[in-house]
Design a protein around this ligand. Structure first.
Ligand SMILES: [Fe+2]
Length: 279
């Protein structure tokens, strides 16, 4: 199986140096953990990253597959009162995007290609995709194929996420992928209800949700995902669907082991970095 590793990664600006001011202690912790993910991806000679986040180009009903050979993002960095703009760029892979699109359609999943202008034109990424990629890849790094999740429509989409995970595994079992090392990177964060001063507000489930999410990654226990779904509205996570995609892969293939989990709360929402490796 060319799928070597699966990562759950955060996308808050509070883990990037000088993007939202100096890093706080938990930001430093998560920043270091993301750099560790980057070095693992290099050491494992990952050539292709499949990435999804809840904050890409969002269609009401369809998974959007980014048909682009190049992506970009502009970050405004502020250091010692000086602002400067940094351009990040990454390579995509339209051929793989087309295969994923085709297979999703064949699986009965509503999917559409996303093209801005032309497949060779740099597609601007949002923070959900760009922040994780800014750590783990670059123009010379592994190619990334990105797909976005449709708008969340309640627990009814859980079966579809299972189908999505199966389609990803089926795709990577195709002959053309057998010589390629692939990582699945799921961008998503935990509860947004930790800070009464923030407009998301506070809910006592925030802490419960985040602790349980960490417990899930260490145990890979599907029943915990079901527990987390019960707190979807009260804890307001953006990464639960992504965690469900990961768990669905474990349900289909038990040959995965948890490597490491780091949790931090550098701002009003919880962030978790978890790595899983194929045994
Ligand atoms: Fe988010």
């Amino acid at each position: 199986m060319p799928l070597k590793s699966i990562y759950l990664v955060p996308h808050g600006g509070a883990i990037v140096e000088d993007l939202e001011g100096p890093l706080k202690p938990d930001g430093i912790l998560l920043n270091r953990a993301m750099k560790k993910v980057a070095s693992e991806i290099r050491d494992d000679n990952i050539q292709l990253i499949l990435l999804t986040s809840p904050h890409g180009y969002i269609h009401p009903t369809d998974y959007l597959i980014y048909f682009h050979d190049i992506y970009e993002e502009w970050q405004v960095i502020e250091n010692n009162g000086q602002q400067h703009v940094k351009r990040n760029m990454w390579m995509g892979n339209v051929q793989v995007a087309q295969i994923l699109y085709q297979l999703l359609r064949e699986s009965g999943i509503s999917a559409s290609p996303l093209i801005l202008g032309d497949t060779n034109f740099p597609l601007k990424l949002s923070w959900g995709d760009a922040i994780p990629l800014s750590f783990i890849s670059g123009i010379e790094g592994p190619q990334s194929v990105i797909f976005s999740l449709p708008m969340y429509n309640g627990e009814s989409n859980q079966d579809e996420l299972k189908k999505l995970s199966k389609t990803i595994l089926d795709m990577l079992n195709l002959d053309i992928f057998q010589e390629i090392n692939v990582a699945l990177v799921i961008s998503g964060d935990l509860s947004h209800k930790h800070d009464p001063e923030h407009h998301y507000g506070f809910h006592e489930d925030a802490k419960v949700f985040d602790e349980l999410a960490v417990q899930w990654s260490r145990s890979q226990d599907a029943s915990i995902i079901a527990e987390l779904y019960k707190m979807y509205d009260t804890a307001a996570p953006c990464g639960l669907q992504g965690m469900n995609i990961i768990q669905s892969i474990f349900d289909l293939d038990s040959d995965w082991k948890h490597e490491n989990t780091v949790y931090g709360l550098p701002t009003y929402f919880g962030m978790q970095i978890s790595s899983f490796k194929k045994k």
